[in-house]
Ligand binder design. Structure first.
Ligand SMILES: Cc1ncc(C[n+]2csc(CCOP(=O)(O)OP(=O)(O)O)c2C)c(N)n1
Length: 321
């Protein structure tokens, strides 16, 4: 196991808080009718993206989902450009053409958020194949939800990755729901990681709300992939704080279970750990919170001040004949 130092834990805290505050602001803006399209918030799941992406560099790839803001921030995405993309402004990551569900930045190794459930799995396998073919030690990480592990794409991806021993890590963010459908109604197993057995690769289930655990276990899988030892399926049990998308009240969730999970908030747990280990005092945490809030507010200002796309450009970047 690698050491989780004070510096690492504080860096995790900053990343997780940036995600949470970005999502809080997106929720507020969406409710006020300022953002077009849909937003699917990652609040409550921050420890997963943060713990996993901490062992990646820009040469490593990730594929993301419809719930992608957290993955992008953890992989180094700039909140200014992300916010501008949510506002559909020209300064956004995709010139405002993608919106919340389609942010990509190939230079950062972000192969895209994706509105199609399970679509990232074959893309990650392709990226991992490219890494291997080019004889680099780069890896590809594929984030997806529990419901996405029911797609054919998942099974094809794991099989090929296993047969070709590709450097890909499959990260299942199991928040127990596919939209309103409880996991027990969409699969007959409790741990998605069991599915790894069918493909002869390691499958591990962990507490996805403990960033230090996510970091340590994901690092082992990433190092293993870098050494050419093949893929891993890592299931992180977690919980989304809100509904499936903004506007969904989440009334299908059991009230007691919701409360129990709110008590396992990964950010609060990390704050407690930082204080317990004497790595930070309350005042240190407050200073970080103020600094990150200012960054998010500046991102909103940047987005608001940015130009709208010109209708004349509507056919630019359209490649279909
Ligand atoms: C191929 C496909 N089928 C259905 C949908 C509609 N849909 C959007 S999100 C979602 C549920 C996804 O659940 P999960 O994979 O567990 O991710 P989570 O939303 O929990 O993060 C569904 C069915 C879609 N976008 N794409």
């Amino acid at each position: 196991m690698s050491e989780v130092t004070k510096e690492k834990l504080l860096a995790f805290y900053k990343t997780m808080l940036t995600i949470r505050k970005f999502e809080d602001k997106a929720a507020e803006l969406f409710a006020a009718g300022k953002l077009p399209g849909f937003v699917h918030l990652y609040s409550g799941e921050e420890a997963v993206a943060t713990g996993v992406c901490a062992s990646l560099t820009n040469k490593d790839y990730i594929t993301s989902t419809h719930r992608g803001h957290g993955h992008l921030i953890a992989k180094g995405g700039e909140v200014d450009k992300m916010m501008a993309e949510l506002f559909a402004k020209t300064t956004g990551y995709c010139k405002g053409r993608g919106g919340s569900m389609h942010i990509a930045d190939v230079d950062l190794g972000i192969l895209g958020a994706n509105g199609i459930v399970g679509a990232g799995q074959p893309i990650a396998v392709g990226a991992a194949f490219a890494n291997k073919y080019k004889k680099t030690d780069a890896v590809a990480v594929c984030f997806f939800g529990d419901a996405a592990s029911n797609r054919g794409t998942f099974h094809e991806a794991l099989n090929l990755a296993s047969v070709w021993k590709l450097p890909v890590i499959f990260i299942c963010e199991n928040n127990k729901f596919g939209i309103s459908m409880n996991q027990k109604d969409h699969m007959n197993i409790v741990d998605v990681s069991q599915r790894a057995t069918a493909y002869g690769i390691p499958g591990v289930t962990i507490d996805g709300n403990d960033v230090a655990t996510v970091y340590e276990v994901a690092k082992e899988a990433i190092d293993r992939a870098r050494r050419g030892e093949g893929p891993t399926l890592l299931e992180c049990k977690t919980w989304r704080h809100y509904g499936h998308f903004q506007g969904d009240a989440g009334l299908y969730k059991d009230v007691a279970e919701q409360e129990e999970w709110m008590g396992k908030d990964p950010i609060v747990r990390l704050e407690e750990k930082l204080k317990e280990l004497k790595f930070a005092k309350e005042s240190d945490l407050e200073a970080i919170q103020t600094q990150i809030q200012a960054q998010i507010d500046a991102a909103v200002e940047f987005a608001k001040q940015s130009p709208e796309p010109d209708p004349e450009d509507v056919m630019a970047d359209v490649y279909a004949p």
